[in-house]
Design a protein around this ligand. Structure first.
Ligand code: NDP
Ligand code: MG
Length: 379
């Protein structure tokens, strides 16, 4: 029996993690759930999964739900609540599925408490990859990737020696606007952007897929998870999203991981590693798929991807500023405050004014995150 806590239980990854847990009720017990503001869904999850500890985004929300919680359930709120769910109680495994760098302190707290991490919250690694990976190494904690591309690479690398890896390549679907030219991007709406061709995900990551920022964040995530230099990390367009990513070895062999797009598969693998259990995911028939296609990544079409990789190469707080500016720009686009193409311009403008600090402390990272957010709001 594995005791799990979930940060972001009411989101796309959080609910699918609970789906996986519900399929194997004799193997998983839910210890803690942290949500943002969707209290109706959280209460439903509490009734169904009987966690001992829950948290919501604010004290006001906590006061609202307190009378409706079963006796004995501990209630927390705010950033401190996230930390309580991550590091308190007696879970042995924490799934980090909140959206954004708000997940940083709680992820560090979970690692400090010696808990293995199922890592969906890529912004944490982009914001402070060196702190998270160093602490995990120090504490002997496993960081198990949930992001489908990273789960794919992780599976392809199983049992291989680091020195035999020539390169890894992340596949990209191209997002909602893959068939539009840059000129056509000028008039797209929020509704258009939220219509992802292959994956149903949270709003922020769907917009990140359309700008290709998501792939940029994933390149940085891969750099930290697999300890590879940026020169050995490639990206290729693969509209079908069937090959989730692949590794090339020095003997020129390539190993890829394939499957229909269904996040429950990488989520379950992160929970059951090194075992593989039965999954209800639809089986892939290659004969039915017929053909898999690939295109060279066009960096002129997706300037934010180029910028993300540049920030990764600079390192230090450059990726922190990139991530923070992007979180604000995407939120502004979703509020209809700026047009779609302005997201990329805000990223460029924030990074132009940023002087990167190498090897920043947690405090320096949080200062940089705040400053980049303020600037991205003001532009
Ligand atoms: P969603 O927006 O669907 O969910 C985000 C979750 O975080 C919700 O439970 C939300 O609560 C919670 N949350 C937000 N802010 C706070 C806060 N201040 N305190 C506590 N909880 C908070 O996002 P996704 O599930 O799509 O993505 C989550 C992470 O996983 C992201 O980092 C994303 O990049 C990554 N990821 C997602 C994939 C996907 O398929 N969705 C695939 C690969 C990676 P509430 O809704 O109650 O407000
Ligand atoms: Mg991904």
């Amino acid at each position: 029996m594995k005791k799990i806590s979930i940060l972001g239980s009411t989101g796309s990854i959080g609910t699918q993690t609970l789906d996986v847990a519900a399929m194997h009720p004799d193997s998983f017990e839910i210890d803690g759930l942290a949500a943002g503001s969707n209290t109706a869904l959280l209460l439903e999850q509490v009734r169904r999964f009987r966690p001992r500890r829950v948290s919501v985004a604010s004290k006001e929300l906590a006061d609202d739900i307190r009378p409706q919680l079963p006796a004995g359930v501990e209630l927390f709120s705010g950033d401190e609540g996230l930390v309580q769910i991550a590091a308190g109680g007696d879970a042995d495994y924490v799934v980090t599925a909140v959206m954004g760098s708000v997940g940083l302190r709680s992820t560090l707290a979970a690692i400090e408490a010696g808990r293995d991490i199922g890592l969906a919250n890529k912004e944490t690694l982009v914001t402070a990859g060196h702190l998270v990976t160093e602490l995990a190494r120090c504490k002997g904690v496993n960081l198990l990737p949930i992001d489908s591309e990273h789960s794919a690479i992780f599976q392809c690398l199983n049992g291989e020696r680091a020195q035999d890896i020539a390169s890894i390549t992340l596949t990209a679907s191209g997002g909602s606007f893959r068939d539009l030219t840059r000129e056509q991007l000028r008039n797209v709406t929020v509704e258009d952007a939220l219509r992802h061709p292959n994956w149903a995900m949270g709003a922020k990551i769907t917009i990140d897929s359309a700008t290709m920022v998501n792939k940029g964040l994933e390149v940085i995530e891969a750099h930290w998870l697999f300890g590879l230099p940026y020169e050995q990390i490639g990206v290729v367009l693969h509209p079908e999203s069937i090959i989730h990513s692949f590794v090339e070895f020095r003997d020129s062999s390539i190993i890829a991981q394939l499957g229909n797009p269904d996040m429950r598969v990488p989520i379950q693998y992160a929970l059951t590693y090194p075992q593989r259990w039965h999954s209800p995911a639809q089986r892939l028939s290659l004969a039915q798929a017929g053909q898999l296609t690939f295109r060279e990544m066009d960096f002129a079409r997706y300037p934010a991807l180029r910028l993300a990789i540049e920030c990764g190469k600079i390192g230090g707080t450059a990726t922190t500023a990139f991530n923070a500016a992007n979180e604000v720009a995407v939120a502004r686009f979703l509020r209809r405050d700026i047009p779609f193409v302005r997201i990329e311009e805000i990223l460029e403008e924030v990074l132009e004014r940023h002087t990167a600090e190498s090897h920043p402390s947690l405090e320096q990272i949080e200062d940089c995150d705040r400053a980049a957010r303020t600037l991205a709001h003001s532009l």
